[in-house]
Ligand binder design. Structure first.
Ligand code: NAD
Ligand code: UGA
Length: 467
């Protein structure tokens, strides 16, 4: 391969591939990047005015670089052929294997990654550096290297690197511009140096860590597992707060100001959602089980179990408080305004959103729902709910509203399901007038001013606080 990288291909134009390549293009003007995907609709969206991914700052970045040194295309083979370095950034969803029904883990489905490896091997006529950007289990890069060797044209050599991505949705551009660290795992130092040279256009050298392949693959899974563990840890303490009269926000500040613990990622909530924490912990559990380490598997399983517990507790609380004394069972005849649906604020993504689980439980208990989220479209909400609902509850009694006030109008209960800051600036005095009385607010994300709401006359419950 050439001494310097001048041409990059990225397979997979999703949440990771698109923003990552836009940043590389902006920071490396002499490199030409082609982002390819097998989904033509995705590619035409990247080439249109409305990008398929919403991220602050992404629009401007893409529109500035597009067709200068950033190209979105469906011609995968040509992009592979022209590149010296190829990122694989396709999705790796969990595979639900039915053979071990008692198993807690799930092996990720690597079929898209394998498809890419076979395709790269078949198409490449020159040496390539192949970089696994997708989150893969330990050992997957070695498997990719083997597949490339097995299917290579004669005389073509491949170097495989592990280069996991740590961006968070909602802050992807900022995270990519100022990464805490870049990991480059592999055993080919020349290839590692070439990829490192790309990042050194904007990342300080000490923040770029080279290591062996397995370390890099495992560090990605372990990072997500530890982040999720912090959320489960603070949420476990929130349950104690409700029982003893402590205030979770005070406890979190009390713990987080110890510099060894740190204040980030201690926000109590309805639990973590998103496309990766569940799947990566399931992958770690599967790995632990397959290595004969059931104690390790059980340890990480508790992080997932606590996450589900948080939702059960929240719904039980709504049932206990708001179905009290009107003679009917459950939430029959109650209208619940659901504020927020995305898995976290700042994004329109609904994958594994705790909001869907809460909504389904409310529906099962007979509630009628009006849902509002500033960034999630009506059909996304309905589709996600229908998928989560299964056969035992119907989404017929769900209305999706265009603003918070129309969701609140006529409701008995408001639940906050995503920590959008705009919910703080709702005119709650006006909201109270629109609601049936007594009016209830259940804040699952601790975003509202509870004292003020109580003064106005709301019955307020919040995760991790006593009345
Ligand atoms: P995504 O679903 O948004 O995008 C993946 C894209 O790959 C899709 O557009 C799909 O059409 C395309 N694709 C799948 N198979 C293909 C093939 N054989 N050939 C060509 N294109 C193909 O997924 P994502 O969220 O970008 O995640 C990608 C990977 O990055 C996953 O392994 C994920 O775990 C990891 N990751 C995601 C995030 C995140 O915040 N979303 C962060 C870090 C790491
Ligand atoms: C997470 C990691 O933060 C990224 O580093 C990683 O690259 C990514 O997963 C991935 O591998 O996909 P993301 O899922 O986009 O990023 O979002 P986070 O900000 O980590 O939030 C995850 C969930 O935890 C959200 O539902 C959020 O509301 C919740 N959360 C987060 C809390 O409940 N409390 C907190 O203190 C922080």
């Amino acid at each position: 391969s050439a001494d310097r990288i001048t041409n990059i291909c990225c397979i997979g134009a999703g949440y990771v591939g698109g923003p990552t390549c836009a940043v590389i293009a902006a920071k490396c003007p002499e490199i030409r990047i082609t982002v390819v995907d097998r989904d033509p609709a995705r590619i035409s969206a990247w080439n249109s005015d409305t990008l398929p991914v919403y991220e602050p700052g992404l629009d401007a970045l893409v529109k500035r670089q597009r067709n200068i040194n950033l190209v979105f295309s469906t011609d995968i083979d040509r992009a592979i052929d022209e590149a010296q370095l190829i990122f694989i950034a396709v999705n790796t969803p969990p595979m639900h294997h039915h053979t071990h029904v008692s198993s807690l883990g799930a092996k990720p489905d690597l079929s898209a990654v394998s498809d890419c490896a076979r395709r790269i091997a078949r198409v490449s006529l020159t040496d390539k550096i192949v970089v696994a950007k997708s989150t893969v289990p330990c050992g997957a890069c070695a498997t990719i290297a083997q597949m490339l060797r097995d299917n290579a044209q004669s005389g073509v050599r491949f170097s495989v690197l592990s280069n996991p991505e740590f961006l968070s949705e909602g802050t992807a551009v900022r995270d990519l511009l100022h990464p805490d660290r870049i990991l480059i795992g592999g055993d080919d130092m020349v290839a590692q140096d070439r990829l490192k040279a790309v990042y050194m256009h904007w990342v300080p050298e000490p923040n770029i860590l080279t290591m062996n392949m397995w370390s890099s693959e495992l560090a990605k899974l372990a990072s997500n597992a530890m982040l999720a563990q912090r959320v489960s840890s603070i949420n476990s303490i929130s349950a104690i707060c409700e029982a003893v009269g402590a205030n979770i926000s005070e406890v979190a500040a009390g713990c987080g100001s110890d510099s060894r613990i740190g204040s980030k990622f201690l926000r109590p909530s309805l639990g973590f959602g998103g496309s990766c924490f569940h799947k990566d912990i399931a992958s770690l559990i599967w790995l632990s089980e397959s290595l004969g380490l059931p104690e390790v598997a059980e340890y990480w399983h508790q992080v997932l179990a606590l996450n589900r517990f948080q939702i059960r507790r929240f719904v039980a609380r709504i049932l206990a408080d708001a179905s009290r004394g009107d003679g009917s069972s459950g939430l029959q005849g109650r209208r619940v305004a659901c504020l927020g649906f995305a898995f976290k604020e700042g994004t329109g993504d609904t994958r594994n959103t705790p909001a869907a689980d809460v909504c389904c439980e409310l529906l099962r208990n007979g509630a009628t729902l009006s849902v509002y989220d500033p960034k999630v479209s009506r059909h996304h909400i309905v589709d996600r709910l229908a998928a989560a609902a299964g056969t035992d509850c119907s989404v017929d009694s769900v209305t999706v509203c265009a603003d918070a006030y129309s969701a609140i109008a006529g409701s008995d209960i408001v639940v906050v399901l995503t920590a959008w800051s705009e919910f703080r600036v709702i005119d709650w005095e006006q909201a109270l007038k629109l609601m049936a009385k007594p009016a209830y607010v259940f804040d699952g994300q601790i975003v509202l001013d509870h004292d003020r709401l109580r003064q106005l006359g709301f019955n307020v419950f919040s995760i991790g606080h006593t009345h």
